[in-house]
Ligand binder design. Structure first.
Ligand code: SF4
Ligand code: SF4
Length: 82
């Protein structure tokens, strides 16, 4: 089932840089921040939500990508909203 692209936010005060979110993520290499978490500035078109679930300190939050953010991602243009 297609998912809506999601944008993730990390509570940097809570993140302990354990790397679990990156380890569980099926995205291509490089979908990360300089702090070794999953990317927070790029919508994720897979949106499996495993990163958010695995975080031991619930530092990850998410929101649906905006229409503009989706339009800026050619790979996700064809993905309908849930
Ligand atoms: S939702 Fe899934 S694919 Fe997207 S960043 Fe999180 S773990 Fe990776
Ligand atoms: S799983 Fe949570 S605590 Fe660990 S690096 Fe990712 S955001 Fe930080």
């Amino acid at each position: 089932m297609p998912h809506s692209p999601m944008v993730f936010q990390v509570n940097w005060n809570a993140c302990i840089q354990c790397g679990a979110c990156v380890a569980v993520c099926p995205k291509e290499a490089g979908f990360t921040t300089p702090f070794d978490t999953i990317a927070t500035d790029t919508p994720c078109d897979i949106a499996c939500m495993a990163c958010e679930k695995v975080c031991p300190v619930t530092a990850i939050d998410s929101r649906r990508a905006t229409a503009q953010e989706r339009a800026d991602l050619p790979a996700v243009r064809a993905i309908p909203l849930r």
